[in-house]
Design a protein around this ligand. Structure first.
Ligand SMILES: Cc1cc2nc3c(=O)[nH]c(=O)nc-3n(C[C@H](O)[C@H](O)[C@H](O)COP(=O)(O)OP(=O)(O)OC[C@H]3O[C@@H](n4cnc5c(N)ncnc54)[C@H](O)[C@@H]3O)c2cc1C
Length: 515
């Protein structure tokens, strides 16, 4: 379906597909003739980014600035590290014009919605941080429905299994899957399960079972059953089946509500220490300091720090931290990332308010979320627009779709068409469709990632801590980003105070496996 057939709908494409750093081409030193080739891509946000990927060397001027701690990357990991370190001498560098990374909220005529990260779990590290900064995240209070074969099925994994619009033997297969999965002792077999694909556990059941997980997996951890770690798949299955989803809590804006509030809390006091449009191009550890070179306001500047918290994803970290041990660099490069646009549909009348997170196996999207779900029952609240956020994880080979605005709009048009096919009452056009594209936002929870790759990738160097949610797991979670940033801030404080134990503290935080 071409968007031209829907020209009356406004399609807006935003977001970066960048793998590296937007930077003025004139600032590049002579290209490294040994660098692997690769087409340069021109367009919004990612004109020069791929120079970093392709191994070009940047000038590294002498340090003209000092900070005790430099935090690289202003997603929830970097922002929460800055929050935990308030009162200390830190500098936060973020390449985009805004902070938030993958936890970013936007608004349409005053109504807030999320463009990525969706919800926290009550009491997790993200929720704890939210309440510390004055945000109360209401419970979602609604198990997930599935909409398939033109049928709405509430509470999929409990009462819903017997209502799925499939033949009896398929429904029985779903029930058997549920019972069998609950018998597996996850914690005892973590390494064994993490070494094999989740499809080893789904393939014995009706194909519809795997189709359901082939929506749930890509949406939550970037991978279909055959590419997912069985540990991750089973942990999620057990959580869902046993009602763990009752603990979900969030405000409109998804987890972007926390990054938005963190900026609100930090900026009035620390504005000069929070640089946006500041792309780091090199991080070099010397004996007593780390030199961090970044591009800001048209020039390269080097800041000398005693400690650095790398809060960037590993595919970027591996390219800007110079002198990584080779095994560690190899592990960082081993990460796989799912390209992942989110399509926000804005309707000027209520279209769907029946369920929060709605699973739609077999569609151009995996699920969709009602943006203002948890505040709809607040006294006096009136929904002006019904904003639905469609999750549209792509396969790695489809990443180039995001480089082309026309392809992005076609993708969004397909989402709208598939949505309208779900139920007869959905045959309504949106007033505006906003596509937020991200090229590498979510590490894929592939076999071996949790128990091997991320541990090998994330050991601290003497003065460099490797944070970001991709140092944790088992899937990409904001709670993990926050947990590791808390550890990173304690690590930095020990290091700066010259006290022992920093390395041990960091290693312990990496090895911890959250419940
Ligand atoms: C569609 C989607 C849905 C999700 N849903 C959930 C959910 O429901 N619950 C949940 O817990 N998690 C969810 N996640 C995962 C969650 O969003 C991430 O785990 C979390 O936001 C990552 O935060 P981070 O700070 O570790 O990394 P990022 O958000 O990746 O932040 C890294 C920051 O570093 C910046 N940066 C990169 N390179 C440079 C450079 N060279 N110099 C300076 N800055 C740089 C980037 O611009 C970015 O702002 C979802 C993710 C996606 C994509």
């Amino acid at each position: 379906m071409e968007p031209s057939r829907r020209n009356f709908i406004k399609f807006v494409v935003a977001g970066s597909v960048a793998a590296g750093c937007p930077i003025d081409e004139a600032l590049l030193a002579v290209p490294d003739s040994n660098a692997p080739g690769g087409a340069l891509v021109h367009g919004e946000h990612f004109e020069i980014c791929h120079h970093v990927r392709d191994g070009h060397q940047f000038e590294r001027p002498d340090a003209t600035r000092k900070a005790a701690i430099v935090i690289v990357g202003g997603g929830i990991a970097g922002l929460s590290a800055a929050y935990f370190l308030r009162g200390k001498d830190w500098l936060l560098l973020e390449k985009e014009p805004q902070f938030g990374g993958n936890a970013l909220q936007e608004e349409f005529e005053g109504q807030i919605y999320g463009t990525g990260s969706a919800y926290a779990y009550h009491g997790d590290e993200g929720d704890q941080l939210a309440s510390e900064i004055g945000l109360k995240l209401p419970f979602v209070n609604m198990p997930d429905p599935t909409i398939v074969n033109k049928t709405y099925v509430p509470d999929t994994w409990k009462t819903g299994l017997d209502q799925l619009p499939f033949p009896k033997e398929v429904r029985e297969s779903f029930n058997k899957f549920r019972d069998d999965m609950m018998k597996i002792k996850l914690r005892e077999k973590m390494a064994e399960l993490d070494a094999q694909p989740f499809s080893n556990f789904t393939s014995a059941y009706a194909p519809e079972v795997q189709q359901w997980w082939d929506a749930f997996g890509p949406s939550n951890w970037g991978a279909r059953a055959e590419e997912s770690s069985a540990y991750v798949g089973l942990a999620n299955a057990q959580d869902l089946i046993s009602g763990g989803d009752a603990e979900r809590a969030i405000l409109p804006g998804g987890l972007g509500c926390i990054t938005h509030k963190l900026v609100e809390v930090l900026q009035p006091k620390y504005k000069g220490r929070m640089l946006d449009n500041a792309a780091v191009v090199a991080v070099v550890q010397d004996k007593d300091a780390v030199r961090v070179t970044y591009h800001h306001e048209g020039k390269l500047t080097t800041v000398s720090a005693k400690a650095v918290l790398m809060c960037t994803p590993k595919h970027i970290t591996s390219r800007i931290v110079i002198g990584l041990p080779s095994e560690q660099k190899t592990a960082m490069r081993h990460y796989r990332f799912a390209p992942y646009p989110v399509v926000n549909m804005i309707f000027d009348k209520p279209v769907y308010n029946r369920g929060y997170d709605n699973w739609c196996p077999g569609s151009a999207f995996t699920d969709f979320i009602v943006a203002d779900w948890t505040i709809q029952k607040n006294p006096g609240y009136q929904q002006k627009h019904n904003i639905l956020s469609f999750y549209t994880p792509l396969r790695e080979l489809q990443r180039s779709t995001l480089l082309d605005e026309h392809d992005c709009k076609s993708l969004a048009a397909r989402v709208l068409v598939d949505f309208q096919k779900l139920l007869p009452e959905f045959n309504i056009d949106a007033v505006e469709v906003r596509i937020y594209r991200r090229g590498h936002p979510m590490f894929m929870a592939v076999p071996g990632h949790y128990t091997k790759t991320r541990l090998a990738a994330s050991h601290p160097m003497d003065r460099i801590f490797f944070g970001n949610s991709d140092s944790g797991g088992p899937e990409s979670l904001t709670s993990e980003a926050v947990r590791l940033s808390k550890a990173g801030s304690e690590w930095a404080e020990l290091l700066l105070a010259g006290k022992p134990g920093a390395k041990e503290l960091a290693e312990k935080a990496l090895a911890a496996t959250p419940e």
